[in-house]
Design a protein around this ligand. Structure first.
Ligand code: HEM
Length: 140
C-alpha cells in the first residue's frame, strides 16, 4: 500500500464523503444540480459516494482504484459553473473540520482547494474555447 500524503484512514474518508453529500443534497444551490445528475434514489447516491471515496483514496495515495475523468464529467454538465466552486469548497472545508482529526481535515481541504482550482480553471478555458469565434488561420 502506498504512503498517504497525510494521515487519514479509509473509514475517515467514507465518513467525510457520507456527511458531505448528505449536506450537498439539501444545499439550496448544489442540491438540485446533484439531484439532477445522480438521481433521487439511495442506491444511486451510494454508488456516487463509492466513486467519490475511491477518487479521494486515489488522490491521497491510499490506493489506485479510481478510474474516471472528473474534468470531463464537470465539463459535460452545464449546470456546473465556476462560481459554484467556492461554495462547494467552503462546505467541504467546514464538513472536514467537523468530521476529521485536525491534520486530516487540513490535508484533504488543501487538496480539495488545489483540485477545485484546476477543475474550475479548466471549465473556464474549455468553455471559452467552445464559445470563441472560429479561428480562420494565418493569412500570411
Ligand atoms: C461547483 C462545484 C461542483 C459541482 C456543482 C459538482 C458537481 C458534480 C456532478 C453533478 C457530478 C456528476 C455526478 C454523476 O453524474 O453521477 C460530479 C462528479 C464528480 N465530482 Fe464534482 N462538482 C463540483 C466540484 C467538485 C470538486 C471541487 C471536486 C474535487 C475536489 C469534485 C469531484 C468530483 C468527482 C471525483 C466526480 C466523479 C467523476 C467521475 O465519475 O469521473 N467535484 N460533480
Amino acid at each position: 500500500m502506498a504512503l498517504p500524503k497525510f494521515p487519514i484512514t479509509e473509514a475517515e474518508i467514507d465518513r467525510l464523503v457520507a456527511v458531505f453529500y448528505a449536506r450537498v443534497r439539501v444545499h439550496p444551490l448544489l442540491g438540485p444540480i446533484f439531484m439532477d445528475a445522480v438521481g433521487p434514489s439511495d442506491a444511486a447516491w451510494r454508488e456516487h459516494e463509492d466513486r467519490i471515496a475511491s477518487f479521494w483514496r486515489n488522490a491521497i495515495g491510499l490506493d489506485r482504484s479510481f478510474s474516471g475523468n472528473p474534468m470531463l464529467k464537470h465539463l459535460a454538465n452545464s449546470d456546473v459553473q465556476p462560481e459554484l466552486f467556492p461554495v462547494w469548497l467552503e462546505l467541504f472545508r467546514t464538513t472536514a473540520a467537523e468530521v476529521l482529526p485536525g491534520e486530516a481535515a487540513a490535508g484533504i481541504s488543501a487538496l480539495a482547494d488545489r483540485i477545485g482550482r484546476s477543475l474550475s480553471m479548466g471549465l473556464v478555458q474549455f468553455r471559452q474555447r467552445e464559445s470563441a469565434p472560429p479561428k480562420l488561420g494565418s493569412l500570411a
